[in-house]
Design a protein around this ligand. Structure first.
Ligand code: FDM
Ligand code: MG
Length: 219
């Protein structure tokens, strides 16, 4: 008989403002879910690809001029570069893929520059849909107190407040489309308390039923 593929894995995204604690929580999830032998950790933007190098230069040189729509398409293209890999690892290899930011950051950050929501979603349509998105919700004023922002583009309070508002719009559209979007209050307690919430939500999907194929983003 033909060999059966392993039970499919999972695709989970962590989202939130700068300094919401995404990287800390995702590193912990990576450990808890078996480390590199079973779990792949992705970060968007992936700054190592040719497109990612352009984005890195744009983010680290705030004087650089680049059209907002062109930037948006580059961030989306940077996800399309790894879309097939996400599908293969989850569907064929039974791995758990974790993404530190994803399409939802793409829409929220560009939306904060005033671009129309429907235009912003279009280059993301068809990308693998996460089985679960955890949005680490944090008041931008609290985020700013956490050791201050770095030097990159977008790391200032006006932009962070607009992004927070845009994430609210994104959350409505994405959960309205039936996707699994969970907002966690990342300002309630410290790393341990947030970890309890993160792990509680992830354990639910790890144990849950799922179809072999990942869904596609379709809002
Ligand atoms: N960002 C990130 C976007 O503007 N669009 C995107 O699609 C993604 C994935 O890039 F300010 C922004 C969010 C952040 C910046 O991200 C760099 P990290 O997580 O701080 O490296
Ligand atoms: Mg950052």
């Amino acid at each position: 008989s033909t060999p059966q593929p392993p039970r499919r894995g999972l695709f989970i995204a962590l989202e939130g403002l700068d300094r919401a604690g995404k990287s800390t929580q995702i590193a912990r999830l990576h450990d808890q879910l078996g480390g590199p032998s079973r779990t792949t950790l992705l970060k968007f933007p992936d700054r190592t690809t040719p497109i990612g190098k352009l984005l890195h230069s744009y983010l680290t040189s705030p004087q650089e001029q680049l059209d907002d729509r062109a930037v948006h398409l580059l961030f989306a293209a940077n996800r399309w570069e790894v879309a097939a890999r996400i599908r293969r690892e989850v569907e064929q290899e039974g791995r758990i893929v974790l993404a530190d930011r994803y399409a939802w950051s793409g829409v929220a950050y560009s939306r904060a520059k005033g671009l129309p929501l429907s235009w912003l979603f279009s280059p993301e349509l068809g990308l693998p849909l996460p089985d679960l998105t955890l949005f680490l919700s944090l008041d931008p004023a609290v985020a700013a107190q956490r050791g201050g922002y770095g030097e990159e583009r977008y790391e200032e309070s006006g932009m962070q407040r607009r992004v927070r508002k845009s994430f609210g719009e994104v959350a409505r559209v994405v959960s309205g489309s039936g996707a699994n979007w969970r907002e966690l209050d990342a300002g309630r307690g410290g790393v341990e308390e947030v970890w309890e919430m993160v792990w509680g939500a992830v354990r639910g999907v790890v144990d849950g039923e799922r179809r072999q194929a990942l869904n596609e983003i379709d809002v």
